[in-house]
Design a binder for this molecule. Structure first.
Ligand code: AMP
Length: 370
């Protein structure tokens, strides 16, 4: 398997650690990844299909890559592995890369990538996600197996739907039957009423200070790793966010409208401060349980996001995990209320570059790449 311990060691033994290039597909969160890599002194590579992407970066010289790799199809990255490795490239994965390549191709990419790519297998299945999160102590919304059992608001989610497309809310079996597309795989989840928080954490296994995750030990028996809360955002979702302006759900149905959950943008938020200890407990649990996912699991490395709803009883319900940088962190390219406490001008992209820089200095790249 690509990126396994032995193979990664072989690739890295040929790398010049002083000449590392940070490579990223020019979409999703690439602006902050490239901007952050430059701030940490790395050479940068943008990978793109279509001149439109390259042109857009001209508007942001602070994030323009030193070099472009222009392709006709992102899958050509798979044949360019030698070319990437000759340039000491470390790829930073994000949601668009995984979508463009497909999860299996991404796992097979023969180039060092930041983080633990195997964990994407756990992230991509609703059942595996649930197993991981519940093992870590998160409470998740209940699922309803038989649509006849719907007896209160539920949200119906399609597998692999991008950005909430096609999701709908149902109050009973009739609603469900009217809206469902039975050709698609779907999950029915209890609809949680509350406010949404998309919490972007970072777990750095190289650090041994700060907020430590209980149970994370080095071979020498020392506590290792540091959990950080980098930023929190909330998604803007069309049309559900603005739905109420047109009247009641019944009025809207009379007009033939159903709420939809398509992500169009993000806004920065902070949590009520007394909720932070619980937020950290959930982040800590997700990191600790990531080590239990399979025999010899390397666990969570780098950025991950817990997507949660906080109810009016001040309880968290976690409905999703993303085991990588999320696009919502783009709200914090110039820092966030949380990152600014420790350092100015930090972003999630820059935090990734900092992690790579420190690991390279300590000759420990093997521990944060796959
Ligand atoms: P997801 O694809 O799971 O990230 O969900 C997309 C969007 O649907 C979220 O951003 C929420 O607005 C909404 N959502 C997802 N799950 C729930 C839930 N159990 N209760 C209420 N809203 C939800």
């Amino acid at each position: 398997m690509a990126g396994s311990g032995e193979q990664l060691a072989e690739w890295l033994s040929a790398y010049n650690h002083d000449e590392i290039t940070i490579g990223v597909v020019a979409s999703h969160s690439a602006l902050q990844i490239l901007h952050g890599a430059r701030a940490e002194g790395f050479r940068t590579l943008g990978i793109a299909v279509g001149e439109g992407r390259r042109k857009m970066f001209k508007a942001f010289p602070g994030a323009e890559p030193d070099e472009w790799l222009m392709l006709d199809d992102y899958k050509q990255m798979l044949d360019k592995a030698d070319w990437f490795r000759e340039r000491n490239v470390i790829i930073i994965p994000h949601g668009s890369l995984v979508e463009y390549l497909g999860a299996d191709n991404f796992i097979d990419l023969q180039v060092p990538t930041f983080g633990n790519r195997r964990i994407l297998k756990w992230e991509s299945g609703r059942d595996t996600q649930r197993e991981w999160l519940e093992m870590g102590g998160c409470t998740m919304p209940k699922t309803i197996d038989d649509p006849h059992d719907i007896d209160g608001p539920v949200i119906v989610k399609y597998a692999g739907a991008k950005g909430g497309r096609g999701y709908f809310v149902a109050r009973n079996f009739r609603d469900f039957r009217r809206n469902v597309d039975l050709e698609e795989d779907f999950t029915i989840q209890e609809y949680i009423l509350g406010t949404r928080y998309y919490m972007q954490f970072f777990y750095d296994p190289i650090c041994d200070d700060g907020y430590q995750v209980e149970g994370m030990m080095s071979r020498e028996g020392q506590e290792i790793g540091r959990l950080e809360l980098l930023t929190i955002d909330r998604r803007d979702e069309a049309n559900v966010d603005e739905f109420y302006k047109l009247g009641s759900l019944r009025d809207l149905r009379d007009m033939g409208l159903e709420p939809s959950f398509v992500v169009t943008g993000n806004a920065e938020v902070v949590l009520r401060e007394s909720l932070l200890p619980e937020a950290f407990r959930l982040g800590e649990g997700a990191v600790a349980s990531s080590l239990e996912l399979e025999e010899g699991a390397r666990g969570m490395i780098g950025p991950f996001c817990l997507e949660a709803i906080v109810t009016d009883k001040l309880e968290f319900r976690v409905f999703e995990v993303s085991a990588r940088i999320v696009a919502g962190s783009n709200v914090s390219i110039g820092g966030s209320p949380y990152m600014n406490i420790n350092e100015d001008n930090m972003s999630v992209g820059r935090r990734i570059a900092r992690c790579i820089k420190k690991a390279a200095e300590k000759n420990r790249l093997q521990e944060i790449l796959s």
